[in-house]
Design a binder for this molecule. Structure first.
Ligand SMILES: [Zn+2]
Ligand SMILES: [Zn+2]
Length: 372
């Protein structure tokens, strides 16, 4: 099958022929129909996060179940599915206490002695015969930039078949992350005030989630005026152009006469993470969603904790994805969740590098790779 491979940090992805294994007892083979190009992929291309290489990237996808292993019970052949990059075992401490998004049980992956899920056949014998295959690392348990995916059954969920694949794919990462941060991680209640820093795919989904949750004031913050305009259609009641004010946190505190109850950092920078805490009113909660580069430290004023201000991480929207994702599909079909506006371009797998270039330029863009 064709797949987009990262061989070296900082280099473009290469389209290569990659082989995929047969489903093990609890595994599912999925024909990929759509895969979003997410900022997190770019973090690994640029090296601010590291991953074993070569790797097939991609982690925001939807497809059709092609084959299932002998013990699979959650999906069947022909099901339309959304994937999730955090597979869960279902019986460890975090799974049993309702935090399945934090499960790191090794049983959802293939172990060291087992055949890799993805590999490249090595036909370099003297007469072109197969010698030793090269392992290709699976990215975030999925590797969606490929015509097929082989995943644990707890890394996907079946959805209704009238849901378009390109929009379903977005629910697999950015939309779950944004909406989940509002409704699960920070538990926004009707009428509360919210600020969102960064209006890319995740930030817009966060704004949309806050609107669905019934937040009162929703303040969108970005440097790109076009993104702020789009934020309004997602439910922002106020916008702040970060390029036009000296101090974003101060602007939010002034606008809200004391700060917000919930803030969401959806970029992944030291300065914006610190600002997310500074803009809280007493008792408020800051949620860091963005991927802050490894090694970066965040500095806060200790005295602010006296006002019971909190700062916390939010990973994949603290999801319970087998329940959440089908609900998000229903919310889209009912016209409550906005997905159409998030997609700026539908591209072929071969065009994946151009999508990264757009992300790097900070453009209003979320490209979705579509497969026939
Ligand atoms: Zn993502
Ligand atoms: Zn678990």
């Amino acid at each position: 099958m064709k797949a987009a491979v990262l061989r070296e940090v900082g280099k473009p992805l290469q389209i290569e022929d990659v082989s995929i294994g047969k489903p093990g007892p609890r595994e599912v083979l999925i024909r990929t129909k759509a895969a979003g190009v997410c900022h997190s992929d770019l973090h690994f291309v640029e090296g601010s996060y590291s991953h074993p290489l070569p790797a097939v990237l991609g982690h925001e996808s939807a497809g059709i179940v092609e084959a299932v292993g002998s013990e699979v019970r959650t999906v069947k052949v022909g099901d339309h599915v959304i994937t999730c990059l955090n597979p869960y075992c279902g019986h460890c401490e975090v799974c049993l206490t309702g935090h399945m998004n934090l499960c790191i049980s090794p049983e959802t992956k293939r172990g060291k002695g087992e055949e890799p899920r993805l590999f490249r056949e090595d036909l370099s014998g003297p007469n072109g015969e197969r010698t030793g295959d090269t392992k290709m690392a699976q990215f975030l348990n999925l590797s969606s930039f490929a015509e097929m995916m082989l995943v644990h059954e707890h890394a996907c969920v079946a959805i209704r078949k009238d849901m378009p694949f390109d929009r379903a794919a977005l629910i697999g990462c950015s939309v779950m992350t944004g909406v989940g941060s509002v409704v699960h991680t920070s538990n926004v209640r009707p009428g509360e005030t919210v600020a969102v820093i960064g209006c890319g795919g995740v930030g817009l989904a966060t704004i949309n989630g806050a609107a669905i949750a019934g937040a009162g004031r929703i303040i969108a913050i970005d440097r790109v005026p076009a993104k702020l305009e789009l934020a309004k259609t997602f439910g922002a009641t106020d916008v702040i152009d970060a390029g036009a004010v000296d101090d974003v946190a101060k602007a939010v505190v002034e606008l809200t006469s004391g700060g917000v109850q919930h803030s969401f950092e959806a970029i992944g920078l030291k300065a914006t993470a610190e600002a997310s805490f500074k803009m809280l009113r007493r008792g408020g909660t800051a949620n860091v969603i963005g991927m802050i580069p490894v090694g970066t430290k965040i500095e806060l004023h200790g005295v602010d904790f006296l006002g019971e201000r909190r700062i916390q991480g939010s990973y994949m929207g603290s999801n319970r994805f087998p329940v959440d994702m089908p609900r998000l599909v229903d919310a889209y079909m009912a016209g409550k969740l906005k997905l159409d506006e998030l997609i700026s371009r539908r591209i072929r797998l071969e065009e994946v590098n151009s999508a990264f270039d757009e992300l790097k330029r900070g453009e209003l863009a979320r490209s979705v790779i579509v497969f026939d």
